[in-house]
Design a protein around this ligand. Sequence first.
Ligand code: GLU
Length: 415
Amino acid sequence: MENINAFDVVKQQIDRCAEILGLSPDVTAMLKTPMRELHVSLPVRMDDGQVKVFQGFRVQYNDARGITKGGIRFHPDETIDTVRALAAWMTWKCALLDLPLGGAKGGVICNPKEMSPGELERLSRAYVRGVFQFIGPDKDVPAPDVYTTPQIMAWMMDEYSAIAGKPQFGVVTGKPLATGGSPGRSDATARGGMYTIREAAKTLGIDLSKATVAVQGYGNAGYYAARLCSELFGSKILGVCDSKGGVCCKTGVDPDMAYACKAQTASVCNLPGMEHISKEELLELDVDILIPASIENVITDKNAPNIKAKIVAELANGPTTPEADDILYKNGVHVIPDFLCNAGGVTVSYFEMVQDFYLYFWDETEVRERLDKKMTAAYHSVLNTSQEYKINMRQAAYLMAIERVVEAMKFRGWV
Ligand code: GLU
């Protein structure tokens, strides 16, 4: 990952969009500024008896359209600007999918790979104590993001409920089923992305049963993406990678074997019988579909000219820099932009909120059907907008999302 400030990228993207929409400088300035942020210090007793103080954040970027929504990331490279960028993207994501929600994001600077389950639980509970006044089922609802899990969500919900003095299942989403989670939430990010890939393939006339795929990142989104590409479409997974490196194989990588290998050895790199490649090489593999599924700024002006994929399906948030975007567009690569492609996670999170509010739960088939409907509609409206205005898919997504947020801000009398 290059050292690019993700929030600078957000501001550049807003400027590009403001120009097309003819937004006034005051509206543009508001869109470039988070509404509220909270910085907290979290003292946590470590297993060795020492107390370590972690830095945590929660940014509520814009609540013009409703309760704010967005995950919490536990990551050693977390910065306030990354959280701001991710919170902005959540705002556009919820607006694009027409969910009645605003956008937020949280983060803690920590390395979960070096922490025990007990330490992680104490950190998760400390985070909730730190932001208790700021979040709530009718205010701001966190969820999982990079390196946070359903178990962490359950601890957070438990801590919040203990302080509130009553069960508050709706305070976070992405919980385990036994504690108010929604069926279909675990693979929702990847599955939502699959619906957009399916539609993109129809647009471009690609036969997915003969398509090849490379997956960059092998966490929740990456693993399920690899698995669902082969399960739903019969596509061949040519290569996968994680933060330690990658593997590829002409006859295909088995997604579940790669998952088992990562679970046992901490990396997909150790999968036997594979050719070893770097995570940079993976992005440039000769495939039909490239799925970046890890973190920001992995596709830059340096490697964008070498990308051979016909479709780049951004399951990660912010994987492509604006300069790289221009190059991909010029080269005719069909980019399914992040806040469209990965919106399946928050869409099923929204379904989880609805089910928690109503105390009535749907089955998995119903969740998947509703998700398909939302993702397919969003994909086609972005495609139509991009064709109508002759702009790339990301600009089209921005245009639609920002127009909706500005409309709400105007009706509320903010601008
Ligand atoms: N962290 C996920 C995202 O970036 C999910 C957010 C949510 O479910 O609220 O979209």
